[in-house]
Design a binder for this molecule. Structure first.
Ligand SMILES: [Zn+2]
Length: 300
């Protein structure tokens, strides 16, 4: 199993097989790409374009998919069927690939929820296609990912909404089809890890449905939850995932977690009692790297 980290700081942290960096966060700002990292692009989440081009925002029965509405969107959503925005997104992605990146991870590539989008462009396109609305929506998302896949030379990952049952009906995400165009699929399974029962159920469901390498993202940022809860989550996720990604967002948290986990006898014992050999391997790797760093520090 591999271990990864998700950051919103442009830093490579040793000890992680995958460093994900948010180059285009949902704020819509295009930040400088980070070479050697997996650069994360939020596709249809864009709080900047939603302000400058409000007519591109996804709608449902007169309601716009923006922050502050009763549907509690965390960011503003652009309609996935608008050609000019799709081109803008693809251009952004192509520009990032010129920076010697390890790969690109596509986030927020879906419709905001069921009922979206019923803007005049979607309504017209769907009517002309003669397709069933659910199929038509899924095709909008599939064609976008296919176009990105065909236009970039680097590896691609895809984050999907953590709904293993109705992703297609709600978000336009047809798992089996989308898997063809990417090197891995990832789900953020962010929750309170004091009880890992639901994490186990969701991870199990996705593992059964995903034929490609499967990445699980665990929330490890502010506000910091007790590390023992995160460790329980790691024990569960490592049973299903090809890579577990710690979403710390801050590099400092990721580094302190590495040290805290390596130095805790209880954590080694916890993984050992549960036969989490993959996690023990990762702890050993971190331990070697930390002691190398210390001896190098002593020599200088
Ligand atoms: Zn639309």
């Amino acid at each position: 199993m591999k271990i990864g980290v998700l950051l919103d700081e442009p830093t490579i942290i040793p000890g992680f097989d995958y460093v994900f960096y948010e180059t285009k966060p949902s704020s819509g700002r295009n930040l400088k790409p980070l070479p050697k990292a997996w650069n994360v692009v939020n596709c249809f989440a864009d709080n900047t374009v939603s302000q400058s081009r409000p007519e591109l925002v996804a709608t449902s029965s007169g309601e716009r998919a923006v922050r502050g509405t009763v549907r509690h969107f965390l960011w503003d959503w652009i309609c996935p069927s608008r050609e000019e925005y799709r081109e803008y997104c693809k251009k952004t992605i192509q520009d990032i690939t010129k920076h010697d990146v390890a790969g690109i991870r596509l986030d927020s590539v879906c419709f905001p929820r069921e009922g979206y989008c019923d803007c005049s462009v979607c309504a017209e396109k769907q009517k002309t296609s003669g397709e069933d609305p659910i199929e038509w929506r899924a095709q909008q998302i599939e064609s976008f990912i296919k176009e990105v896949h065909e236009s970039v030379p680097c590896k691609l990952g895809l984050t999907i909404e953590p709904d293993p049952c109705y992703g297609k009906e709600r978000f336009g995400l047809d798992l089996e089809k989308l898997a063809e165009y990417v090197d891995f699929l990832s789900t953020p399974l962010y929750m309170d890890y004091s009880i890992v029962y639901w994490l186990d159920i969701l991870a199990n469901c996705f593992r059964r449905r995903i034929s490609k390498p499967y990445f699980i993202e665990l929330y490890a940022g502010h506000p910091r939850a007790p590390t023992k809860h995160l460790v329980s989550a790691l024990a569960v996720a490592s049973a299903y995932a090809d890579c577990v990604v710690l979403s710390t967002y801050e590099a400092g948290i990721a580094r302190s977690l590495q040290i805290e986990m390596v130095n805790s006898k209880e954590i080694w014992k916890f993984f050992s009692d549960r036969h989490c050999v993959e996690m023990l391997d990762i702890l050993r790797r971190w331990q070697d790297q930390i002691s190398e760093g210390t001896s190098r520090g002593n020599q200088s």
